[in-house]
Write a protein that binds this ligand. Structure first.
Ligand code: NAD
Ligand code: ZN
Length: 245
């Protein structure tokens, strides 16, 4: 059996469940990783584009890079892994989803309130007053950076860049999720980017049963109570079938 009897019994008892996701959950949808072969952008490193310094020195380039990634994401669909996580929200009375992904695919799959630790690439934010803007249409070359209708400062992607703090609300909501967890899933994350990497450890120290789903080993693997080796788009639908039996 792929899943332990303990896990199935626990999940059937309607525990409080928290799921933490990373880029691996979107891999089966075809979301490019930063290191992918992507023509035009191959000559840049993400660290050189995803930072305040990069934005201040060349905002047009940063807008074009995000526009390019945003267009790629608009053309792809959530996969069975995303849909299973959305179903989990309806199965468990107490359910939290914390994601490091900026692609918005959890929302598109039906999760009502994912805690987005690193922001959302579909959204923009004012560099002056922090006002948020949805659906700013843009692709291709840019000659004028969009500005805020309240304070006229430049808009930027509403994502967390290298060297930036995570959104305070998202961190506070994550703490509540972690302290409530009976079962904590770490899915499709390499568990190296902080503070997300430490969240599964906090949850376990707080009494949660820690489950990792990943085709590869991570620094978390030896610490988890249960490790399920495989792709989230395959494993999660199987897991849900078992707990619904
Ligand atoms: P990561 O790229 O460091 O690690 C991805 C993990 O997913 C790996 O451990 C890999 O073994 C695993 N994986 C690969 N395919 C999988 C599958 N089908 N099912 C389950 N697991 C699979 O990703 P990370 O830990 O999220 O950290 C990367 C950082 O880059 C984050 O800060 C994130 O914000 C950002 N990022 C986001 C996206 C996105 O929004 N989709 C894409 C690239 C990078
Ligand atoms: Zn403003």
């Amino acid at each position: 059996m792929k899943f332990s009897e303990k896990l199935i019994a626990l999940l059937k008892s309607d525990p409080s469940v928290t799921v933490l996701t990373g880029a691996g959950v979107s891999a089966e949808s075809g979301v490019e990783t930063f290191r992918g072969e992507n023509g035009l952008w191959r000559k840049f490193k993400p660290e050189e584009l995803a930072s305040v310094d990069a934005f201040l020195s060349n905002p047009e380039l940063v807008w074009e890079w995000y526009g390019y990634r945003k267009n790629l994401i608009c053309d792809i669909q959530p996969n069975p892994g995303h849909y299973s996580i959305s179903e989990m929200e309806r199965i468990f009375t107490s359910f939290y989803l914390i994601t490091q992904n900026v692609d918005g695919l959890h929302k598109r799959a039906g999760n009502s309130r994912p805690i987005e630790l690193h922001g959302n690439i579909m959204r923009n934010r004012c560099t002056g007053c922090d006002k948020q803007f949805e659906n700013i249409e843009f692709s291709g070359e840019i000659d004028q950076i969009p500005t805020c209708d309240s304070c006229s400062e430049m808009l930027r992607p509403d994502v967390v860049w290298f060297g930036e703090m995570l959104p305070k609300d998202a961190l506070e909501e994550s703490e509540i999720a972690i302290s409530n967890s009976d079962v904590f899933f770490s899915i499709g994350t390499s568990a190296v980017v902080q503070p997300a990497a430490t969240m599964p450890v906090w949850a376990k120290n707080n009494g949660a049963y820690l489950v990792e789903i990943n085709p590869e080993e991570t620094p978390l693997t030896t610490y988890a109570d249960e490790v399920i080796n495989g792709k989230s788009g395959v494993i999660l639908p199987e897991l849900l079938r078992e707990i619904k039996e």
